[in-house]
Design a protein around this ligand. Sequence first.
Ligand SMILES: C[S@@+](CC[C@H](N)C(=O)[O-])C[C@H]1O[C@@H](n2cnc3c(N)ncnc32)[C@H](O)[C@@H]1O
Length: 371
Amino acid sequence: MSKPTSLNTQAVLSMKGSGYYSARTIGAKHAIESTLPLLAKAIENLPDLPVIKLADYGAADGGTSQYMWSELISNIRKTGNKKPIEILYTDLASNDFSTLFRTMQGMQGDSDYAYQTQHHDVFVHGCGTGFHQQLMASDTLALGFSATAMHYVSEKPCQISNHVHMVGANDGERAQFTKQAAADWERILLGRAAELASGGRFICMNFGIDEEGRYLGHTGGVTMFDRFNAHWAALRDDGTITADEYLRATFAQHYRTVDEFTAPFKNKNSAVSKAGLQLLSVTTRLTPCPFRVAYDNAPDDMTPAEFAASLIPTMRSWSETVFRTALEGRPETEVTAIVDKFYNAYEAEVASNPDGHAMDYIHIILEIEKA
Ligand SMILES: C[S@@+](CC[C@H](N)C(=O)[O-])C[C@H]1O[C@@H](n2cnc3c(N)ncnc32)[C@H](O)[C@@H]1O
């Protein structure tokens, strides 16, 4: 039986389209480029296959990883390797693949990195099936990559009653998310284990909780998800939204801890270990919020209101769908007015006192190899 829309992940998570996502997520681009040394190492150790198959799982519009892939493909060609290269961009069926294909062909975005037009025998493909399944033929993938995508659970195990995100959930609800995320992580890894050729690698960087308990927007200052919750609850309390609409704005996400990410590799009898995957390294990384950095570096040139107006769109680019979906059934104009009111209230809060507001990224980075 299909899940009600409010628990269905696909319905609540698409990024804003037409390049809006990449244009407002410069931090994601910085985070991705920090993995270039790991990817370069993987390229030096490619399995010997007739076609070099690459994959980017949960790529959105492809803009944030375009420079990284352009660099890697140039490096492959610079070594004299002329083998055909196929790159598969995967995301959900609802994704804006049109922008992605236009970007890689140099019709949109930064044409300097439209690598498809700059090298021979480079083929760009798209796949609209979720990464919890196997997505390509067995034993064919040389290098898989994924950035900031696998914190989405395949389905919400429940709505969160007193918060919008699992980081603020009560123990019982949090345990349900932990269980769902563990099952999803195993499916993700088994899918990659099947696709990878022997010696192939999967490098992924995911939002998670680091050794110091830090996570996205919770790195010492104001906690972003608590502010989302406070402003959403305020709309319920002033009668703008119903109690049910408050409840339905539960993010279909789970931030795994380092232990949760590494558990399948530590257990030599796990399905993942038996499928041949081994963990080469795990690290955590804080990528500073670029909007906060810009503000801190130029306090005389930027007003608090300008800082707030730069910070909120980056949060909006990936979170808006959650709140819009919670309002399903209302006329579109009403939904837009409520969602605008919500983000405007957050922006006004930041503008009135910017202290501690930022969206630093916390990633857990895993380097995985198929034996
Ligand atoms: C925050 S964006 C990250 C985009 C890009 N990788 C980056 O780092 O900038 C997360 C992406 O993961 C996709 N996603 C979420 N769940 C997915 C799934 N089960 N299968 C494929 N893609 C998924 C979303 O649609 C979205 O495009």
